[in-house]
Design a protein around this ligand. Structure first.
Ligand SMILES: [Zn+2]
Length: 379
């Protein structure tokens, strides 16, 4: 294992922040896997999962069982780690700009299409090598093109540079109150069905473009667009699997979850030939993929206290009362429901709600009217 500390751009006099990066295995000897946790800084289930996964990786590395390289960024957001208001961590948005830490990542698709023009051939492996080399070059160029660079942009670019040429990009997040679920490109599906089954995902949401340029799409979109332009003439595999894994809810920081979750990610890598050893039989999948455009975001029409009637993870019906918002001044109870049958896979973690405030999400099997463009929640 090699450990590196990457100093980030100093945002202010007297301040400094750094990313810890640990590398297992050996670069250029096989697939490259990239893990990060807590890009939204207060989402800690991924941090404890990587803590346990790294113990397994260390052992496998010592035995020479890792083919290729596994890069781990155990906590990806030192900026967000120090943001608190009224004793509550604020990890989703940067407080200075108001920007979501998991949006505004570079889309290198157009530059890549131009860069490989005239260079692709009939050897798929050679094409993948060429494309990865160009992606490495383009992300460095992209950094040079941004001037001046803020510490937030530096953080985003540093993470993107670490993952840009990976075969697997695993971005570990969590929801407020939720069962295990994941987001992935529809171009990575059904390839990723084994990952979904192995980690016990209860809701696997697919979309080509979810809106706002989240981290994971930086690594899949260039392949999708390249295949669209050149795929008829040249063999270009969908060479990168990138996913956002939501390790349940923000308070689900327990060894009881994290140890099996780490073991499941280790088994997935064994199944994919990154780590030696038998992963055992693939567990029965808990869900099939459903479209992100089939998610109904249920919002509050009135202010008040939310009183949920169903748990996160429940299967619900369209029109079923999922809870109500209580206005204790008027006594008014406003029930809320979803437009679709499906799994209630996300529930807000607070109980004091304003009109237009987010309540919960239900994932149905079919796209819903009006669900296009910005498919993820908030900017
Ligand atoms: Zn998150």
């Amino acid at each position: 294992m090699q450990e590196e500390r990457i100093e980030l751009l100093r945002p202010q006099m007297g301040t400094s922040r750094a990313l810890t990066v640990r590398r297992y295995g050996k670069a250029e000897t096989g697939p490259k896997v990239y893990f990060q946790a807590a890009l939204h800084a207060d989402e800690l289930p991924g941090v404890i999962t990587l803590h346990h996964l790294e113990a397994l990786l260390k052992e496998a590395d010592a035995k020479g069982e890792i083919a290729g390289e596994i890069v781990v960024v155990p906590f990806a957001n030192p900026i967000g780690f120090t943001q608190y208001v009224d004793m509550k961590p604020i990890g989703r948005f940067e407080m200075r700009s108001g920007e979501n830490f998991n949006r505004h990542y570079p889309d290198l698709s157009a530059a890549l299409i131009e860069a490989v023009d005239g260079k692709l051939g009939q050897d798929a492996d050679a094409n993948v090598k060429l494309i990865r080399a160009e992606l490495r070059r383009l992300i460095v160029k992209h950094r040079k093109d941004i001037s001046p660079l803020s510490d937030l942009q530096d953080l985003r670019l540093t993470l993107a540079e670490l993952a840009i040429d990976a075969d697997y990009v695993m971005d570990l997040h969590c929801d407020w109150e939720a069962p295990m679920h994941l987001y992935i490109s529809d171009h990575n599906w059904p390839d990723a069905a084994d990952l979904s089954a192995q980690i016990g995902s209860e809701c696997s949401l697919i979309a080509e473009i979810s809106g706002g340029n989240p981290f994971d799409e930086t690594f899949t979109r260039p392949w999708v667009e390249l295949r669209r332009v050149y795929g008829d003439k040249f063999p270009i595999p969908m060479a990168t699997l990138a996913t956002t894994i939501e390790l349940r809810g923000e308070r689900d920081v327990y060894d009881e979850y994290a140890i099996p979750d780490a073991a499941n990610m280790f088994k997935f890598l064994q199944r994919r030939g990154v780590i030696a050893g038998d992963p055992g039989p693939l567990p029965e999948p808990k869900c099939d993929a459903t479209p992100l455009s089939g998610v109904d975001r249920v919002m509050a029409s009135h202010g008040g206290m939310v009183v949920f009637a169903v748990e996160a993870g429940a299967k619900v019906k369209a029109g079923q009362e999922l809870g109500y918002v209580l206005d204790c001044e008027t006594g008014a109870k406003t029930p809320f429901s979803s437009r679709t049958d499906g799994i209630l896979y996300s529930r807000i973690g607070i109980r004091l709600i304003v009109p237009g405030g987010y309540l919960c999400s239900v994932a149905g099997e079919k796209p819903l009217a009006g669900r296009e463009g910005q498919l993820l929640l908030s900017k």
